[in-house]
Design a protein around this ligand. Structure first.
Ligand code: UD1
Ligand code: UDP
Length: 358
């Protein structure tokens, strides 16, 4: 059987690669590589268990570090795996340092590189993720683009060979697991909150956490909301909040990162979502939860054009959130586009292409 290597490094890659891994099982000899960029049980190991994924065959244990350190360690580690195993193709997903390492390593070897979630652009090169996306797209042999617009971005940059519009695997992941989450997760009872009565929030983007004044302004806006706000805090966020001694005293509840089924249930039953996450902008649109994204731009502009996601700056967050919490019509106007990212068959589609081409 042909070998297919799959590289993951962080929480969202594990979640969004799960449908591809499942679709490939039995059709390819899978070699699952974890770069180890995320390593806490609640940011990594827990997802393999709850999504019933095979344990990675190799963990490169690159851990935390600067952009260059993570990229360089990943590059050396992935290269040595690809040289040793010589798979027919290697896949990586999204825009993390694991992706750029894999793209660069594969591009100088016979192994074909497939970029899952190709063609996204924020057009903001101050984001390390934007640099990673652009580099990965320009060396990919297969570009699995989630939307028309992503295909167009690739075309605008002269990339048209090997491009397949597949939808986004987040739809597969979300649709497969939302009913399971509804049935199995006890998160609402555990947190003593009632459906549609609270805000689900996450903040982890470096542009928000690395500026303590900005982070404090976001937290203050959430802490003064008129409904409970549950924020499962990424370790990056917890670390800065600890450093600046931030203690919420109002509506904001900082909790540990949640398992995927718990987070899906929390999001699915929220009145409003507030985030700077890429994946959660997508999931909120799929689950039809109005979303406020605390960023000046997004590589998921289809959510904004469809009216289900709004970009806000920290100084406007409190007012905008309050309007959405209290105005049923405003909230209703921000739902109704659950299919922006495809029909939930992206994983199968990607594996079908590879099956035919490698
Ligand atoms: C990375 C990705 C980002 C993605 C996010 C998903 C890049 C450039 N960024 O950002 O695109 O949205 O993952 O969550 O690849 N830490 C822990 N335990 C862990 C992991 C991280 O304590 O298991 C802490 C460390 O202090 C670390 C910090 O979080 O320095 C940041 O982690 P890192 O993986 O560098 O970046 P993320 O912000 O997670
Ligand atoms: N998520 C989770 N537990 C949490 C917070 C988020 O399982 O406590 C999931 C969420 O459902 C989404 C993914 O993690 O699928 C998003 O990851 P993150 O926001 O860290 O990264 P991004 O998508 O911004 O790259």
């Amino acid at each position: 059987m042909r070998e297919l290597a799959v590289v993951v490094g962080t929480r969202p890659e594990i979640i969004k690669m799960a449908p591809v891994i499942r679709a490939a099982q039995g059709r390819f000899d899978l070699h699952l590589i974890h770069t180890g960029q995320h390593y806490d049980e609640e940011m990594s190991g827990a997802f393999f268990e709850s999504l019933d994924l095979p344990t990675p065959d190799d963990n490169l244990e690159i851990g935390s570090g600067s952009q260059a350190e993570q990229t360089a360690s990943g590059l050396v580690g992935v290269e040595s795996m690809l040289v040793e195993r010589d798979p027919a193709a290697v896949l990586a997903l999204g825009d993390t340092n694991a992706v750029v390492s894999t793209a660069l390593a594969a591009s100088k070897l016979p192994t074909k590189f497939g970029h899952v979630e190709a063609g996204l652009r924020s057009f903001d090169r101050t984001m390390p993720e934007e640099v990673n996306r652009v580099v990965a797209d320009h060396v990919a042999d297969f570009s699995f683009a989630p939307t028309d617009q992503a295909v167009q971005h690739l075309d605008d940059e002269g990339i048209s060979a090997g491009v397949y519009e597949t939808g986004n695997t987040i739809v597969d992941a979300c649709r497969d697991h939302a009913p399971m989450a509804e049935e199995r997760s006890t998160v609402l009872t555990d947190l003593d909150i009632a459906g549609r009565d609270y805000v689900a929030a996450t903040i982890h983007r470096a542009s928000n956490t690395d500026d303590p004044d900005r982070l404090r302004a976001i937290m203050d806006a959430l802490d003064t909301a008129s409904a409970p706000v549950v924020l499962p805090a990424h370790p990056r966020t917890t670390s800065v909040l600890d450093d600046i001694g931030y203690e919420p005293s109002g509506s904001l509840r900082l909790v540990d990162p949640l398992d995927y089924l718990d987070f899906l249930k929390l999001l699915d039953n929220a009145r409003v979502a507030v985030t700077d996450s890429g994946g959660i902008q997508e999931e909120a649109s799929i689950l039809e939860v109005p979303c406020l994204t605390v960023r000046p731009n997004t590589e998921r502009p289809e959510t904004v054009s469809a009216g289900v996601n709004q970009l806000v700056e920290p100084e406007d967050l409190g007012d905008r959130l309050e309007t959405l919490l209290t105005d049923d019509a405003e909230r209703a106007a921000m739902t109704g586009h659950p299919n922006l990212y495809g029909d939930g068959t992206a994983g199968e589609h990607i594996v079908d292409v590879l099956d035919a081409q490698v």
